[in-house]
Write a protein that binds this ligand. Structure first.
Ligand code: F6R
Length: 308
């Protein structure tokens, strides 16, 4: 059944209740995750909140040389047909890694590895709940009450996303390029915003994160030409030195931010809240630009041409 794109976004609150995990795992020394774009981001976001073993996310065709029998390899491709992820998965199987896959079908589902099958009918980037939940249930928390709370936060935003629409309106009103500033553990959420602006709003966008950005990006925040062409978005809720950095960077470089304030009590709640806020801001911005937020025909054409 075809779901329009807004309904796909609204489905996030249901997706976080998806009951799936990687099942029984043999001991491993490191985790290598392969995935591109809207699929790979699930692994990247997970990698930032998990610190019990080294995790490397590979957005490429191959695997790091250390990947072997002691590696848990997770291949994520919503379609199951992304050539980089398929190639990396075949290589992981050849090397004897412990393999788990997350996909809705395609070539990946035919490789004979243990697979979490997610529902079809979504844009990969609108299936993040399905793609990330196996990681969270297996490695972060299997307490479903957590996910119920997250789900309520997300559906409140589905009911009222006027704040997100206002943010989109500010970016659009100035015909500006978003520059999203995150901080740990929301660095990859900032990157997710960037990619959502790319795919849903069809605009160039940038992301960076504190404290690292103070060592590079912050310098042109003061001196660059063309600064009037950017909208700087910062995630609120930081504390301690990071909070000071956010404030001092703005003062020293005369940079005004649009602050995105996360709701929620736990890191996971805030993380999902921020992700969904980015979904809506980029979606509204796409509509304001009168382009179809769902359309990714450039990418589809590219994938087709690469097959020949
Ligand atoms: C499209 C999207 C893309 C895809 C990427 C990889 O909505 O988000 O970034 O995620 O092209 O494709 P899959 O996810 O099918 O492996």
């Amino acid at each position: 059944m075809y779901m329009n794109f807004e309904d796909q976004l609204r489905d996030f609150s249901r997706q976080v209740k998806f009951k799936a995990n990687f099942g029984e795992l043999s001991p491993f020394k490191n985790i290598v995750i392969s995935g591109m774009g809207g699929s790979g981001i699930a692994g990247s976001i997970f990698s930032e909140i998990y610190d019990k073993a080294p995790v490397q996310v590979v957005s490429d065709y191959g695997l790091p040389s250390y990947a072997d029998r002691d590696t848990l390899f997770v291949g994520i491709s919503y379609s199951g047909n992304t050539e980089e992820t398929v190639a990396a998965t075949k290589e992981a199987m050849r090397r004897g890694c412990q393999v788990r896959l997350i996909t809705s079908g395609g070539e990946l589902s035919e490789l004979g590895a243990e697979t979490v099958v997610v529902p079809k009918g979504y844009q990969p980037r609108a299936a993040l709940g399905y793609l990330i939940k196996p990681f969270l249930s297996t490695f972060i928390t299997s307490d479903e009450a957590q996910y119920d709370r997250i789900s309520r936060l997300l559906s409140d935003m589905d009911t009222n996303n006027s704040n997100e629409k206002d943010v989109a309106g500010k970016i659009f009103g100035r015909r500006s390029i978003p520059y999203v500033l995150g901080y740990p553990p929301f660095r990859w959420v900032a990157y997710r915003w960037k990619t959502q602006f790319n795919e849903n709003s069809k605009i160039l966008a940038f992301s960076a994160y504190f404290p690292e950005l103070d060592h590079n990006d912050a310098i042109p925040f003061k001196h660059t030409y063309g600064k009037e062409n950017f909208s700087f978005l910062v995630f609120g809720g930081s504390t301690g030195q990071i909070e000071k950095r956010v404030r001092f960077t703005s003062e020293i470089t005369s940079t005004e931010y649009i602050t995105i304030q996360p709701k929620g009590d736990t890191v996971l709640e805030k993380l999902f809240y921020l992700v969904h806020a980015g979904d809506y801001v980029s979606y509204h911005l796409g509509n304001m630009r009168k382009i179809d937020p769902e359309d990714v025909s450039v990418l589809t054409e590219l994938k087709e041409r690469l097959k020949s």
